[in-house]
Design a protein around this ligand. Structure first.
Ligand code: MN
Length: 720
């Protein structure tokens, strides 16, 4: 077990600015928090975070990362809370620990191997600080090193598969070759022990047979290169069993001598020297065709740079050699971690809270081949996406900002159409709430549900939007059709006719419509007047108007349907107190009716506009009393005048309700001249209706009748 001071010394050896106090506090905090907890091996649990911290010192990471490693399991496995950590260790560490905790929770949720690629993207997208991912990888590495202590076979297997599918490729993607090799080999030990044993046995045999072959080759290579005045370091390393096995599987080769599976590395100081060393080796030994690769002029996608070659070397052994500078070597082994430490030491002054993507972009600018470095564009892309789990553990990939409704439609169109609610991480959330990476989403559905037009305001996926729109259009047409039919029925009945669809056929052309349903929904939408339809079907109706309903004057009707009140020139003006010769209008905002308390407002060029005394518009004139004119209604005249009253309604969203509505108004002698749906939710619509009435009392009677109607939730007169 590493002691507190040993850990500090380790970090001091590469970072003189180490935050000793924070490390001490984290050491004690984690030790206390894990208390008597034990690993499956029987070791104290605290050994685990300590080892993880140790792994990260190999990568020379900063104090915050090491502190995070020490604390990484405290939130999930002990009684410690995020608030405590934030308070004791500050924002930066708090954020990192939170990030690692989230990755750990994700890890526990899924074991779907076919989702591997999405899963890797998810982990990358969630690691908005690369150090979070580094701690997670070190955590996994230590868990793999101690995997044999886990008693349940299925659990060992699951962890090993996950390591092979997710974490090893992830390590490779961020350039951590060393880590990748070890993770793979540890997983291999679990998933295919027989194969690994046979590779090991073969290795053992070759080692015995070759004697000290590897060090002899190493010596000769060193002598050869130094003889030409180069300062080199030569290393010989056996490949790990999994790498050998993988190579045998995929390249269909067998290994016959030890040098087949030992890689030699030549480290020099500069790029020039790399090519110089290559020249020396190619002159001295026979080159094996097809083995030479120049990853210095063209780096690999994850930033790896080296020269590779194969020669028939000392003692006629095939030898594979990688030539690189010390810097390239550091990056080849440590990947992003190497960049991180480099950047840390260089740029302390510029603040340490930069996002790792930004950092990668910085590196990119200085990389030899920017377009290939770390597939940076792809990484960046994941930051714009959000990955969420279905209850079955599948990952759904959506654009950033996606909501539960987007999720529902991504799962299946039917699920989207029928969605009534959502649970995220077992808690009910509003449908419009943005989902976050790693959320576990369960959609609640109901057969009675249909898409709501309000969803369109918050969905971000094209699929969801298209489905909702399609439905809304269909539904709107359905509503208009229903309303149109009700309006036509009433208009026909008023003239003493029974309404029939076929009656419309004869007049389709006149109204430029293709089908009777089109004409009906146009009437419902208010684009075609029902009375015009009746008159087109029965041209004589103009003369014999039904005397029981209010006589409607064509001119007044037209004014109303355009939503304006024209100067009342034909009849005696029903208003007292006007200035003779001045034009008069009824205000469109409040629709004053005989019986209302009213006031006139004089505006230049427009004459007098009559408002109700409680109209909101009057606010605008409160500081200009010179515009106000005292007016009142004349005594009721014999022939009732037609005025337009405006009401707001909230009605239940169910079939037939608009028909009921128009029936009630009709029965009470009113006539709908205009109707507009202003808002629609799952349960209700809001409507604005203009009704032709005689006076205020008449309108109030209609409002009373509407209030008595069950499907109508709220009725009130519009005030400005
Ligand atoms: Mn752990």
């Amino acid at each position: 077990m590493i002691r507190q001071f040993e850990l500090v010394d380790l970090i001091k050896s590469y970072d003189p600015n180490v935050d000793e106090e924070a490390l001490d506090r984290a050491y004690v905090f984690a030790m206390k928090a894990h208390g008597q907890q034990k690993r499956e091996s029987g070791d104290p649990y605290f050994l685990h975070p300590l080892e993880v911290a140790g792994i990260l010192t190999d990568y020379k990471l900063d104090s915050a990362t090491i502190v995070t490693a020490l604390l990484h399991d405290t939130i999930e496995d002990t009684t410690a809370t995020q608030e405590e950590i934030d308070k004791i260790f500050g924002k930066e560490v708090g954020r990192l620990v939170d990030g690692v905790t989230k990755l750990t929770r994700i890890e526990m949720q899924s074991d779907q191997a076919n989702q591997a690629e999405n899963f890797r993207k998810l982990l990358l997208a969630m690691s908005d600080d690369i150090r979070v991912l580094l701690v997670k990888l070190a955590d996994r590495l230590h868990n793999m090193r101690t995997l044999h202590h886990v008693k349940k076979v299925e659990k060992r297997r699951r962890i090993a598969m996950e390591t092979m599918d997710i974490f090893a490729p992830l390590a490779e993607r961020i350039g951590m070759q060393e880590m990748k090799n070890e993770l793979e080999d540890l997983a291999f030990m679990e998933t295919n022990p027989e194969a690994r044993d046979s590779v090991m046995a073969r290795l053992e045999f070759l080692r015995k047979e070759g004697g000290d072959l590897v060090s002899r080759i190493k010596q000769e290579l060193t002598k050869t290169l130094c003889g030409d005045g180069l300062k080199v370091e030569v290393m010989g390393r056996e490949k790990l069993p999994y790498s050998i096995w993988h190579k045998m599987q995929h390249k269909d080769i067998a290994f016959e001598q030890l040098s087949d599976i030992v890689g030699f590395r030549v480290l020099v100081d500069s790029v020039d020297e790399c090519y110089k060393a290559l020249g020396i080796l190619h002159r001295k030994y026979r080159v094996i065709p097809g083995r030479f690769k120049d990853y210095i002029s063209t780096a690999k996608q994850n930033g790896y740079r080296s020269l590779h070659t194969g020669v028939l070397g000392p003692e006629q052994c095939r030898v594979e050699i990688q030539i690189r500078t010390h810097d390239m070597h550091n990056i080849a082994e440590n990947g992003v971690a190497a960049h991180w430490t480099y950047k840390q030491n260089e740029g302390r002054t510029e603040g340490r809270q930069y996002r790792w993507i930004k950092e990668l972009l910085d590196i990119l600018e200085h990389a030899a081949n920017p377009s290939e470095f770390l597939e940076h564009t792809k990484l960046e892309m994941y930051q714009d996406q959000v990955f969420c789990f279905t209850p079955r553990g599948d990952l759904i990939n959506m654009p950033h900002g996606a909501t539960a409704v987007d999720f529902a439609y991504a799962v299946h169109s039917e699920v989207g159409d029928r969605c009534v609610g959502a649970k995220v991480n077992s808690r009910i959330i509003p449908l419009h709430k943005e989902l976050r990476n790693g959320d576990h989403v369960e959609i609640l559905t109901s057969k009675a549900q249909t898409p709501s037009p309000t969803w369109e305001r918050f969905v971000v996926t094209g699929k969801a939007r298209a489905r909702i729109r399609r439905f809304v259009h269909l539904q709107e047409r359905q509503q208009y059709l229903q309303l149109g039919r009700a309006i036509l029925q009433r208009a026909f009945r008023e003239e003493g006719y029974e309404f029939a669809n076929k009656a419309l056929k004869a007049v389709l052309k006149k109204f430029n419509q293709d089908a009777t349903d089109d004409l009906t929904s146009q009437v419902g939408a208010g684009n075609i007047n029902a009375r015009d339809v009746v008159e087109a079907v029965f041209p004589r109706t103009k003369k014999n108007r039904n005397k029981n309903v209010i006589p409607l004057k064509k001119t007044a009707r037209e004014d109303i349907s355009r939503g304006t009140s024209k100067e009342n020139s034909k009849n005696a003006i029903p208003i007292k107190g006007l200035i003779p010769g001045m034009a008069m209008h009824y205000a469109d905002c409040c629709h004053p009716l005989p019986g209302d308390r009213i006031v006139g407002i004089i505006t230049t060029g427009k004459g007098v506009t009559i408002h109700t005394i409680d109209c909101d518009t009057l606010e605008e004139y409160s500081n200009t009393p010179e515009h106000w004119l005292d007016v009142s209604w004349q005594q009721q005249t014999e022939v009732p005048d037609i005025h337009v009253g405006r009401v707001h309604l909230t009605v239940v969203n169910e079939p037939g309700v608009l028909g009921t509505l128009s029936m009630v108004i009709g029965k009470n002698g009113g006539n709908i001249s205009n109707l507009k749906i202003t808002n629609r939710t799952l349960e209700f619509y809001d409507l604005v209706i203009d009704i032709e009435v005689q006076d205020l009392r008449h309108l109030m009677e209609i409002i009373a009748a509407l209030r008595a109607t069950p499907a109508i939730n709220m009725v009130e007169r519009a005030h400005g």
